[in-house]
Design a protein around this ligand. Structure first.
Ligand code: PEP
Ligand code: MN
Length: 358
């Protein structure tokens, strides 16, 4: 073959490449349009029946020289790329997505703003045990200038024989303390039926790690007008975490605070492994405030201060830590709660850090 002929053939191949390119992009635009139409109809995007039909049609019309299996393989790749495009569009369209809403969501909890660039703190006991216990911690927390108080009334315990919490009685104690000390209270709710009642007693509904994918609970929390602190599941990926938040927001409640609380790994040195990089990822991917619970992520008192510093340095909007007047006799998590003296040292040390503004 002459060089001239070869050049001609190559030129034609280049032309065909560009034609193919324009055709697959034209196809992609159609696929995107179909994706949008399906989205509004709430239909799942991957349709195996339709895909089989398309492949059969292609193979019936295949005159070679490519074998059917090769053609099928090539077209499967094109189909897959189209599907990925639809999924990408879907992710961007999530209500919690930063692409959907570029500005930070700021949650106002009784005047305390979370997500506005300030650093906020939630302190309090693991469980509500008595009025005196909660009030003692509240006084110490308030004295340091903080107004967000935590305490579990419904405790999702690993063992059914462990302390399960005081229930409604616990919520009443929290409300009384909140009123007396002018503080806002955060407490975990574990049952969808309790959400309605809880909103009269607490200022933030916590959804715990064990319930991150309790979809009925997420929907119930999404149906009320009350901030929700959503914790990351024990083994949840960031994508699952974001989708859990989407469940809440899709019901109309956009007041969501995400809370990284450590994930389960093979590491035994800490109770869980604090996934610190989740903080900037969540901040980039969503417009929601992100907090870090240093108590449950480490399970170690000696790590509370360094992990709190790390959380704030990496851009968390706040930190949660457990404080108990006498942790040794606490009814839950007695190995990791701070006593009042340790709490005092914790706050003073944090305040001495250059990147902490409290
Ligand atoms: C809690 O904060 O009381 C709690 C039980 O935490 P988690 O759901 O993160 O384990
Ligand atoms: Mn606890």
């Amino acid at each position: 073959m002459s060089n001239e002929k070869l050049d001609q053939l190559r030129k034609r191949v280049d032309e065909l490449n560009l034609e193919l390119l324009s055709l697959i992009n034209e196809r992609a635009l159609l696929v995107q349009e179909i994706g949008k139409a399906k989205e509004t109809q709430g239909v799942y995007r991957y349709d195996p029946v339709r895909e089989r039909h398309m492949l059969d049609l292609i193979k019936e019309n295949n005159d070679g020289p490519f074998e059917n299996s090769t053609v099928e393989h090539i077209f499967k790749q094109i189909f897959k790329a189209g599907l990925e495009l639809q999924e990408d569009d879907h992710r961007k369209a999530l209500l919690v997505s930063r692409k959907k809403k570029p500005d930070n969501t700021v949650i106002d909890v009784k005047g305390v703003k979370i997500g506005d660039g300030s650093q906020q703190f939630v302190f309090g006991p693991c469980s509500v045990e008595s009025y005196e216990q909660v009030a003692t911690v509240a006084a110490a927390v308030k004295e340091k200038g903080f107004r967000l108080l935590r305490g579990g009334a419904y405790k999702p315990r690993t063992s059914p024989y462990d302390f399960q919490g005081l229930g409604l009685e616990g919520l009443k104690i929290l409300k009384r303390v909140a009123d007396e000390y002018d503080m806002a209270v955060i407490s975990e709710i574990v049952h969808p039926n309790d959400i309605e009642t809880a909103v009269d007693y607490i200022d933030v509904i916590q959804i715990g790690a064990r319930n991150m994918q309790n979809f009925e609970l997420l929907k119930a929390a999404g149906a009320v007008n009350k901030p929700v602190l959503l914790k990351r599941g024990l083994s949840a990926t960031i994508e699952e975490f974001i989708n859990a938040a989407e469940y809440i927001m899709s019901q109309g409640n956009g007041q969501i605070i995400l809370c990284e609380r450590g994930i389960r790994t093979y590491e035994k040195a800490t109770r869980n492994t604090l996934d610190i990089s989740a903080v900037p990822i969540l901040k980039q991917e969503t417009h929601l405030p992100v907090m870090v619970d240093v108590t449950h992520s480490t399970g170690r008192r000696d790590l509370l201060l360094p992990t709190a510093k790390a959380a704030l340095a990496i851009g968390a909007d706040g930190v949660m830590a457990e404080v108990h007047p006498d942790p040794a006799v606490a009814l839950s998590d007695n190995a990791q709660q701070m006593d009042l003296k340790q709490f005092d040292e914790f706050v003073n040390s944090l305040r001495a850090s250059s990147f902490v503004h409290i």
